[in-house]
Design a protein around this ligand. Sequence first.
Ligand code: SAM
Length: 354
Amino acid sequence: MMQKVFPIRSAQAAAPAHDGRPLADTLGRALRDLRISVTDRCNFRCVYCMPREVFDHDFKFVAREEILSFEEIARMARLFAGLGAKKIRLTGGEPLVRRDLHRLVAMLAGIPGLDLTLTTNGSLLAKQAQALKDAGLQRVTVSLDSLDDATFKAINDADFPVSKVLEGIDAAAAAGMAPIKINMVVKRGVNDRHVLPMAERWRGTGRIVRFIEYMDVGSTNGWRMDEVVPSAEIVRTIGERFPLEPADPNYRGEVAERWRYRDGAGEIGVISSVTQAFCRDCNRLRLSADGALYTCLFAQRGHELKHLLRGGASDEAIVSEIAAAWRAREDRYSELRTAETAKQRKIEMSYIGG
Ligand code: SAM
């Protein structure tokens, strides 16, 4: 019987005034990417993320009144952009279960200089793709762990078929979103034999599949190192069938390592956070659905900001708090990961945003 684990929230950073100095953390890393979790709820129960035994009827999700409003999120996004953030990814939980998400997209799309994107399980994308595009969403990432229905359903644990996700991807393309990226988390013995069919299905289509190493996020998925399929093995498997060559990163700190097909049929990405930790270039900050900042995906605690947002604090006061949290940042969990650290009680990914 699995033990119940509840998300950890709270903790405060000291807040020296923001003084306009370039924002760098203790390891000299700049802030670039912001991931915003718009809800901690999801209509899937992926076994590696929100196992049903834990995220069941009794699970205490964030109360509705605690969730940031679109206006509050948009204000935060503007402040982050002012601090140098270049990219915002809307995520969750499942972002498309948040009603009228396109309204938030429209607010964020109006912030100059921001690359805006969204990660979704695709289940509601067919219905919403056009409204999201019209609101200003140019591109999207869709998670899809197998093209085999039985395997996909065993992973999503919500009896959700592959065909519906494919409809979502088609709808996003028809609405004009590009590029469309497809995330596949690879777990040994579960879907590793589906890596090659996934690569083959999307080669030559303009879609970019990114193969993600199964990670010890949160405390509920019972992660074990022997279930991780190293990215090097994935590149080898695909490359033996369809020769690959390395491609340059689009920018420093890009999460996925890029590989292109030698025959010009496009590219894939691999995200090797377990076997080749990329903490030294990590420029990501996460904002939870209830307004707390997390400086690492594997954090054990966050910096609560909602009291400022709702307590009438000025933009300067909030910026100062964010800057202090970033300057104090020393996280490099993946570089220090061991079987022991994997057992630590960490924030759930569904809460802080994948
Ligand atoms: N619901 C959306 C979705 O399914 O894409 C967004 C949130 S989800 C937490 C974001 C991404 O994190 C998905 O691609 C998911 O597969 C990935 N993910 C979740 N748990 C993971 C784990 N333990 N290891 C690696 N990736 C994981």
